[in-house]
Design a protein around this ligand. Structure first.
Ligand SMILES: Cc1cc2nc3c(=O)[nH]c(=O)nc-3n(C[C@H](O)[C@H](O)[C@H](O)COP(=O)(O)OP(=O)(O)OC[C@H]3O[C@@H](n4cnc5c(N)ncnc54)[C@H](O)[C@@H]3O)c2cc1C
Ligand SMILES: NC(=O)c1ccc[n+]([C@@H]2O[C@H](COP(=O)([O-])OP(=O)(O)OC[C@H]3O[C@@H](n4cnc5c(N)ncnc54)[C@H](OP(=O)(O)O)[C@@H]3O)[C@@H](O)[C@H]2O)c1
Length: 264
């Protein structure tokens, strides 16, 4: 790192690998990690790129949750390419060796420290909102604090279930973990012994009682803690439904039962 960069808010990292998922426009990108960049699972980085090739410095910045764990010597991000987006098509065009700038400080409060132990931890996401939860699954503290951990991943089609193989394998090998993919525009994939259902959103799956009936896990504020991450409309609607049941965010130092993060 040059002396100039040392004084900047960010460092320049290099792309190590780009993995294209089956769904076009959905990719995971691995980059080198500055040894001084430390974070807590659930936090996000602000990453930057120049807006055009004539511009040597990054002037476009976006938030991306870390998929990788703090112990990894690289950073990994999951990205969906938004047609006409300013940033995500540029990110998708990177290849190994390309530069990607990362702000030195991580951000975000979607972390498990804010919850007291409980029977069930529900990690509900849509689309790339899954990212924030993946490093939590690799923390021993998560498995000590919650008897069951349930990932609910809502996407449009089965091909958009990034990390599906990894999550199915984890569910098979770890009886504390349940993976529930929910597809809205295709029937749900049957997995790990669960039946498929006709397509629906995660909000409908909740109101129709499918989340509880499929997993057999409690979804009440006494026994459960829940995180919501991804599409802001999903977050707003799901939060309202959960608040009716008594779930609440942490306030004035009182640990809550609900935590959320909007991706736009
Ligand atoms: C805290 C936080 C964490 C985030 N983490 C991630 C992440 O891990 N992976 C990721 O791909 N994005 C993530 N985002 C979104 C990301 O910062 C950018 O918005 C996204 O990459 C699109 O950038 P853009 O310039 O191409 O389009 P923008 O101009 O930023 O967005 C244009 C429109 O695209 C849609 N959109 C934006 N982001 C998404 C998305 N992730 N999924 C579906 N539709 C979207 C919205 O309708 C938005 O209005 C995160 C955002 C926040 C605030
Ligand atoms: N996903 C991909 O692989 C992919 C690839 C290339 C480009 N893109 C682009 O990325 C953008 C969207 O990406 P995305 O599909 O990941 O995100 P998304 O539009 O947020 O959809 C993800 C899931 O959230 C659901 N959802 C939307 N609003 C909801 C609400 N209010 N309550 C509950 N659930 C809700 C969707 O259901 P519905 O089906 O009912 O909307 C879908 O199941 C689009 O611009 C798209 O063209 C996506």
């Amino acid at each position: 790192m040059s002396a100039d960069q040392d004084q900047e808010k960010y460092t320049c990292q290099q792309v190590l690998d780009v993995k294209q998922w089956e769904s076009p426009g959905l990719l995971s990108i691995k980059v080198t990690r500055n040894s001084g960049f430390n974070f807590i699972p659930g936090q996000f980085a602000r990453i930057g790129l120049p807006s055009d090739q004539a511009q040597p410095r990054p002037d476009l910045w976006r938030a991306y949750s870390m998929v990788s764990h703090p112990d990894d010597d690289y950073l990994e991000f999951l990205s969906v390419t938004v047609p006409d987006g300013q940033f995500s098509p540029k990110l998708a065009a990177l290849c190994p060796g390309s530069d990607l700038w990362v702000e030195k400080v991580p951000f975000g409060f979607l972390t498990l420290e804010r919850f007291l132990p409980a029977k069930a931890l529900w990690l509900v996401s849509t689309g790339t909102g899954l990212s924030a939860y993946l490093p939590m699954l690799r923390d021993t503290a998560t498995w000590e604090k919650f008897e069951k951990v349930i990932i609910v991943h809502g996407v449009r089609t089965v091909l958009e279930l990034a990390y599906r193989e990894y999550l199915e394998k984890l569910a098979k090998n770890n009886p504390q973990f349940i993976y529930l993919p929910v597809t809205s525009r295709e029937p749900w994939p049957a997995n790990g012994g669960y039946r498929g259902h006709k397509g629906c959103r995660v909000t409908t799956a909740y109101t129709e009682g499918l989340l509880q009936s499929e997993t057999g896990q409690p979804l009440n504020p006494e026994d459960a803690r829940i995180m919501l991450c991804g599409n802001p409309e999903m977050v707003t609607e799901m939060r309202a439904l959960l608040q009716e049941q008594g779930f609440a965010a942490s306030r004035r130092g009182n640990p809550g039962t609900l935590a959320v993060e909007n991706y736009w």
